[in-house]
Design a protein around this ligand. Structure first.
Ligand SMILES: Nc1ncnc2c1ncn2[C@@H]1O[C@H](COP(=O)(O)OP(=O)(O)OP(=O)(O)O)[C@@H](O)[C@H]1O
Length: 326
């Protein structure tokens, strides 16, 4: 991703946060294109919330630069914050006040919010998240998904350029999760840049155009979802009775051949020989591999090229099993 700074809604350079001597966020260079739905993905404790808090000026960075919507943070926060909606750890709602009354309370406590437009803004935001029918109901009667949508309505406020959401579906049931995801997708469709953190891969795959992957405070990859997938290793799987010659040919092409027994289930192709798998680099075309095998007299009974899934890639990058449940 080589976007010019003006094309970026968020840009950090060498951003770090240390607690005591320990780096919770370690020199990250984040580039979030304007108009993207950008997934900030990483296991629990990888530094996502700490990064978001620095982006919003809630905590001070130990080191590095932050630029949000073209302004330096924290110096230009007064210019940035009126254009950014944020949902970090969810606002606390009064259960015995209505949805509208809760948003009025939060809005009046916000020194950046313009009073004269309050009612119109709140009405529009409630409408936008699909809660008009429940606006006058007390919040204790809301489902979790409705409460979270009310939180997003609060984050929406005015017509924002950037929405920052920290784990917006955490703790929601499947219905609430669907509601929030579809809301985020439709907001993005209207041109708002959405920066959303999650530890759920499926969530990022369903909502986002771009993603960055955090692991132990480091940014280990970022780009469009396709770029992230393509940066992974493709593998070939060859079915042949001529195991040893096949391995020699693949090795001579510079492919990294998996040790025998590393692939295939028990009894897999047992009657026909076996299967050989190898990692393929982009500079060796699959047709070249097949031609070389055939030329060397290797009997090819099956040949499959498999790209790494995003899940394989994340596990490879973070060294952790991801919770892929949505
Ligand atoms: N105020 C703090 N003081 C000391 N350590 C902290 C503080 N805030 C966060 N940390 C540590 O920094 C690391 C990153 O935490 P952070 O909350 O940013 O991760 P995360 O990716 O958002 O995870 P989660 O999804 O669990 O919130 C963790 O090891 C955490 O314990």
């Amino acid at each position: 991703m080589n976007a010019a700074p003006s094309d970026l809604a968020i840009r950090t350079r060498g951003l770090s946060k240390r607690f005591g001597g320990r780096a919770a966020v370690d020199r990250i260079d984040l580039s979030v294109p304007r108009g993207s739905v950008f997934g900030f993905l990483g296991p629990n404790g990888s530094g996502k919330t700490t990064t978001i808090r620095m982006l919003l000026g809630l905590i001070e960075a130990s080191d590095g630069e932050i630029d949000v919507l073209g302004h330096e943070v924290p110096r230009g926060l007064h210019r940035v914050l009126p254009r950014v909606g944020a949902l970090v750890e969810g606002p606390a709602f009064y259960p015995f006040l209505s949805g509208t009354a809760n948003l009025r309370r939060l809005d009046s406590a916000d020194s950046f919010a313009v009073r004269s437009t309050r009612n119109a803004r709140i009405g529009a935001a409630i409408d936008r998240v699909g809660l008009s029918h429940a606006a006058s109901k007390k919040v204790h009667a809301y489902s979790l998904g409705m409460k979270q949508r009310l939180g997003i309505a609060h984050a929406l406020g005015d017509a924002h350029n950037l929405l920052v959401l920290d784990e917006p579906t955490n703790g929601l049931d499947p219905q609430g999760t669907r509601e929030v995801r579809s809301l985020i997708r439709s907001l993005a469709g209207e041109g708002t840049t959405v920066f959303v953190s999650s530890h759920l891969l499926a969530e990022i795959e369903q909502m986002c155009t771009h993603a960055a992957i955090m692991s132990s405070g480091r940014l280990v990859a970022q780009g469009t979802l396709d770029e992230l997938r393509q940066a992974g290793t493709a593998r070939i799987r060859l079915e042949t009775p001529d195991d040893a010659p096949a391995r020699r040919v693949l090795a001579s092409l510079g492919l990294e051949v998996a040790p025998s027994g590393a692939s295939g289930g028990p009894g897999d192709f047992a009657d026909f020989g076996g299967s050989v798998t190898a990692a393929v680099s982009a500079d060796v075309a699959p047709e070249t591999i097949v031609a070389s095998l055939v030329e060397a007299g290797v009997r090819v009974r099956g040949f499959e090229v498999r790209s790494e899934s995003l899940e394989d890639r994340f596990v490879e990058l973070t060294g952790e099993g991801f919770n892929v449940a949505g």
